[in-house]
Design a protein. Structure first.
Length: 243
């Protein structure tokens, strides 16, 4: 554990402990789902802290999975903030990067102690993905990511979220590095066949359509995501930025 991460863990855990006992598993699950749906990093961080405290006194696999999911939510929401800062704000991006890595490393550590399932391997893949923020990091983490997402689909080919994860390298890599927008679209289409309401699949498919030059299809997916979730920040920001 890095010094930075240790300080964050101790401070936040102490805050939760002072505030009272953590909520029970169903309450924490609902709170995490609400935080993800509303793109609320602070609320997700509170759930992560409570899950950490709860596991210190009564650990079981379902609570461990919630802990890992909360770590992923925090890492992904921070990653959205990270992408919103221009390259020139190097120090702010560096500090956000440290927070992303701390959450991701915590989630990966939790997963190491849980029984293997398709969904937990998918979470592992997405935690690793949050740490890929440069070509250097892509080389460092790519194989770990591919192994995890491949295992997730091997364990359950009907895991829609794993299909979304598997589309990411094809969508975001350059063509000379294996990028293939058509393949990304195929995988995202499969995810939406399995789970038509999956927001992450809808949003990434909008990005893929945009990269493919199909603006009308991208617009339909942005609009569909916003209709399903009026708090969908990426869709809101994209549609508001259009002339």
């Amino acid at each position: 554990m890095t010094l930075f991460r240790a300080v964050v863990v101790l401070v936040v855990s102490a805050t939760v402990a002072v505030a009272g006992q953590p909520r029970d598993l169903p309450s924490l699950t609902r709170a995490l789902d609400d935080a993800v749906r509303s793109y609320d990093t602070s609320a997700a961080t509170v759930v992560l802290s409570e899950a950490r405290v709860a596991r210190a006194s009564a650990d079981f696999p379902q609570l461990g999975e919630l802990h890992a999911r909360a770590a992923l939510a925090v890492a992904e929401l921070l990653r959205i903030e990270f992408e919103g800062f221009p390259q020139g704000e190097a120090e702010r991006r560096r500090l956000l990067g440290l927070r992303i890595d701390a959450a991701a490393e915590e989630g990966l550590h939790v997963l190491d102690g849980l029984p293997e399932t398709s969904e937990l391997q998918r979470i592992r893949a997405d935690l690793i993905a949050t740490m890929i923020r440069s070509d250097f990091r892509a080389k460092k983490y790519e194989q770990e990511f591919l192994t995890a997402v491949g295992r997730a689909l091997e364990l359950d080919e009907s895991n829609a979220r794993a299909w979304v994860s598997s589309a990411k390298p094809y969508l975001f890599a350059e063509p000379q590095q294996g990028g293939d927008v058509a393949e990304a679209l195929r995988r995202l289409d499969r995810a939406l066949e399995l789970d038509p309401g999956l927001e992450s699949a809808r949003l990434l498919r909008a990005v893929a359509h945009d990269k493919a030059g199909n603006q009308a299809a991208a617009e339909r997916d942005w609009q569909a995501a916003l209709r399903a979730n009026p708090q969908c920040r990426p869709a809101l920001e994209r549609l508001q930025s259009q002339p």
